[in-house]
Design a protein around this ligand. Structure first.
Ligand code: R5P
Length: 323
């Protein structure tokens, strides 16, 4: 019976994934061999000095997946550093990480001598701890594939852009989809392809954590409904600058759709001040703006991975038997 492990603060999202997994377990088509997934919460105790004591189920099945979205990642990475090898000691033979938001992907090169390329090191560490990774819209800019950042044979990068696009087209039919920087082109193009909406991309120059300049593309936006679409909003300054420019250029409305609603500090205040109307996000990061659940994407991806492990496991067994 495969186990889905989560932590108490993400139990609702893990429960949605469990429900989606169970819904797909049609008789005779269950890729996990007919056994339903079980959800268990990893117990945490915080010692007075800040260290964790974790407790997993005392015995685990062969197939185990952790659900852990890696926003506010530093503590969570330590949890996984402890929990992943412990899961193997308790019986897991195949270990997946379902991390709808994958942290540290933006630090993908040394911008000055000596700067740590965090993407590479976090990626290598995750690849050593897990057999498979499923994530959504990882910020891959200078690398082509997720496996280049997290060197696993089973590294799946799903995209929420089509489902976010479908949400947008319901709420703002005929809207212009606008990516706030060049890196957002990949997501805006996917959302446009899925919906037929027009799409364009801005140019951005970043001067600091909260200092960005955004230049609109050469398009007439007067009177148009525009939806800014990006993989994430953190301080919200990128989106706010694009929104302010759109309002100055005469856009009728500016709304925002992002996969990962990090929205740190006064991000939402900045968006409001820039003239943003609605803000929509997926549930990769729990936030008031969550509108689009990811479980319908994550469940089939996890089932595909488990299925392929079982097929390759069976063929390994067969080849051993043939020897
Ligand atoms: C980077 O290119 C990302 O796609 C986002 O545009 C960026 O991380 C947003 O950051 P912030 O909200 O802090 O401007």
């Amino acid at each position: 019976m495969p186990a889905l492990l989560c932590f108490d603060d993400e139990r609702p999202a893990a429960q949605r994934l469990l429900t989606a997994l169970q819904a797909a377990e049609a008789p005779g088509q269950d890729p996990t061999g007919g056994e339903p997934w079980q959800l268990a919460v990893v117990e945490r105790h915080r010692f007075p000095d800040g260290e964790w004591r974790l407790r997993l189920p005392a015995t685990l099945p062969t197939v185990v997946a952790f659900y852990r979205s890696l926003h506010q990642p530093n503590e969570k990475l330590v949890e996984l550093l402890l929990a992943a090898p412990a899961a193997r000691e308790l019986g897991a033979q195949r270990l997946w990480l379902v991390a709808p938001y994958l942290a540290y992907m933006r630090q993908d090169m040394a911008f000055s001598p000596g700067e740590v390329v965090s993407q590479r090191h976090i990626g290598r560490w995750l690849a050593a701890a897990f057999d498979g990774l499923i994530t959504v819209d990882p910020h891959l800019h200078r690398v082509a594939a997720l496996a280049d950042a997290v060197p696993l044979a089973d590294a799946q990068a799903l995209s929420a852009a089509p489902v976010l696009g479908a949400w947008v087209v319901q709420r703002r039919p005929g809207a212009l989809l606008l990516g706030p920087d060049e890196e957002s082109a990949q997501w805006v193009q996917q959302a446009a392809a899925a919906t037929g909406l027009q799409a364009a991309v801005c140019r951005k120059v970043r001067h600091g954590d909260r200092e960005v300049q955004v230049a609109l593309p050469p398009l007439d936006v007067r009177g148009r409904a525009v939806v800014i679409l990006d993989d994430m909003a953190s301080t919200g300054r990128t989106v706010a600058q694009a929104a302010a420019a759109l309002r100055s250029a005469g856009a009728a409305s500016v709304d925002v759709a992002v996969t990962h609603a990090l929205f740190v500090g006064d991000a939402l205040v900045a968006l409001q001040a820039a003239g943003v109307g609605e803000v929509w996000s997926t549930d990769s990061v729990p936030h008031a703006s969550n509108a689009v659940p990811l479980a319908p994407l994550l469940a089939p991806a996890l089932q595909r991975s488990v299925r392929s492990f079982q097929i390759s496991g069976n063929s390994t067994t067969s080849s051993i038997l043939r020897k």
